[in-house]
Ligand binder design. Structure first.
Ligand SMILES: [Fe+2]
Length: 242
């Protein structure tokens, strides 16, 4: 599949512009500095729906990553397989103006605005690919994939990072949602220091707003946690088999 750029309608352009402008306003002071730098690198703008061939060119030069178009959310095996080859699966369709804040499954605003900028960041993609490589080594063990899904969820999708003593957002699920952007900063939320064991023991829900967020100190911390993730994962799998 490919992105057919000329198929975008005026409504699509309006949806992109509306969501882009609103989220950039919401995010300005609360998103990770790395994301703000990354969105400049990938050259996303309010007045232009991103063109995947241009994204591929930019990511190719920065981290060697690229896009892989899918019609809808991929099953996990395929998803991790492509990630391990530095290919990020993304949809090309946009929600309608009538459903700006409600989505049953991720559209291009989530996949592209939320995920793609940080794919130009070397430390971040090192972790992302590392997780996928671990998944590939356990690809036929559904329990392993489920547990790695928790790591993915609480980092790539809903992770927060501490920058200059402030909590900032780097997870794509938060970045692409105005409700979650506001909610994750409230004091009644649980902020938990990044902890591999705790994350592996924490189920998540996809159908409601998060009640806990794991906070990292840096993308290097994530990258350096990869050996521990694999050791802990294997220990858990071993204890389940015993
Ligand atoms: Fe996502």
């Amino acid at each position: 599949m490919e992105q057919i750029y000329e198929n975008y309608t005026d409504e699509d352009r309006k949806v992109w512009r509306t969501l882009f402008d609103r989220q950039m306003g919401n995010l300005e002071k609360v998103v990770s500095q790395s994301y703000l730098e990354a969105i400049e690198i990938v050259d996303f703008r309010s007045d232009k729906i991103p063109d995947f061939s241009e994204i591929d060119e930019i990511l190719g030069k920065t981290t060697g990553w690229g896009m892989y178009v899918v019609p809808r959310i991929s099953e996990q095996k395929k998803f991790f397989k492509l990630l391990s080859k530095k290919r990020f699966t993304a949809t090309t369709w946009l929600r309608k103006m009538s459903q700006l804040d409600y989505l049953e499954e991720p559209d291009m605003f989530h996949d592209v605005f939320g995920h793609v900028p940080l794919l130009s960041n070397k430390a971040y993609t090192g972790f992302f690919q590392g997780i996928s490589n671990i998944a590939m080594r356990h690809i036929d063990e559904p329990r392993a994939i489920e547990l790695l899904g928790r790591i993915y969820w609480f980092t790539i999708e809903f992770g927060l990072i501490r920058e200059n003593d402030k909590l900032k957002i780097y997870g794509a699920g938060v970045i692409s949602s105005s409700g979650e952007t506001e909610y994750c900063q409230k004091s009644k939320t649980n902020w938990i220091d990044f902890d591999v064991k705790k994350i592996l023991a924490t189920p998540f829900y996809t159908d409601k707003i998060q009640d806990k967020y794991f906070v990292i100190e840096s993308f290097d911390q994530l990258y350096n946690s990869l050996p521990l993730i694999e050791t802990e994962l294997e220990a858990l799998l071993f204890s389940m088999r015993a």
